[in-house]
Design a binder for this molecule. Structure first.
Ligand code: SAH
Length: 224
């Protein structure tokens, strides 16, 4: 497990260690049991992923606006989806669709060997790239493109995919970038509500399990 240097972690006032400890306590109460996930969330400076005006709220367990009509995910949901991705063993690489501010990307980068992440909005892609470099998370590759097609021009397959925007149809090309036995975790909009899904690839069949209701921004086509 990698970690971000101490100097970058420490914040002031509401971003203090005590506030972070309270967040971790809350995540435990909500059923997050993976100690590596909890430790990485405790040590990831979420205040650096939001606007300075909102940094005093960075360790609340809530989604926050990041501009361009998008949000930074709630810490609980980041913990929940990360825990799901690691449940059946350590992947060699993870593909994320929807980099946004890069917070989920940063959490994953400290837990798994290699992370690939795609964002459709150019300004968010640029900001995330700078932030992740500042945090010296070098095992991350970012692309500014539409994630419906998965990672462009690739023969390689991923053993985990995480989507952090809600889709109405599961993008076929994306699911096909899963390895045999690979798993994808995503919010799925069934027309009534969004639910968390886990899709497992068995040869060319896709097995689906549904979990709790969630709330994500929509997966949109094209570039923003
Ligand atoms: N992972 C982020 C959550 C970002 S919100 C976090 O840790 O907070 C979801 C992001 O998905 C938004 O930035 C949105 O622009 C992006 N998105 C929506 N549709 C997309 C698509 N088709 N391809 C890539 N990114 C997309």
């Amino acid at each position: 497990m990698k970690s971000i240097s101490n100097q970058k972690i420490s914040g002031i006032g509401m971003t203090s260690q005590r506030t972070r400890d309270r967040l971790i306590e809350r995540l435990r109460q909500q059923g997050i049991t993976n100690e590596d996930v909890l430790s990485v969330i405790r040590n990831t400076p979420r205040h650096l992923f939001v606007d300075e005006a909102l940094s005093h709220r960075a360790y609340e367990d809530t989604a926050l606006p990041i501009g361009h009509g998008q949000t930074i995910s709630q810490p609980y949901i980041v913990a929940r989806m990360t825990q799901m991705l690691l449940q059946s063993g350590m992947p060699t690489s993870v593909l994320e669709i929807g980099t946004g501010c890069g917070y989920q990307t940063a959490v994953l980068a400290q837990l798994v060997p290699q992370v690939y992440s795609i964002e459709r909005i150019g300004a968010l892609f640029q900001q995330a790239k700078k932030r992740l470099a500042d945090l010296q998370l070098y095992n991350v590759e970012l692309r500014h493109t539409d994630g419906h097609g998965g990672w462009p021009n690739l023969n390689y397959r991923f053993d985990r995919i995480i989507m952090t925007a809600a889709c109405k149809d599961i993008p076929r090309k994306l699911a096909e970038q899963l390895t045999e036995g690979g798993e994808m975790v995503l919010p799925y909009d069934n027309g009534h509500e969004q639910v968390l899904l886990k899709i497992t690839r068995n040869k060319n069949e896709f097995e689906t399990e549904a979990f709790e209701a969630v709330s994500f921004v929509p997966l949109l086509p094209g570039l923003g």
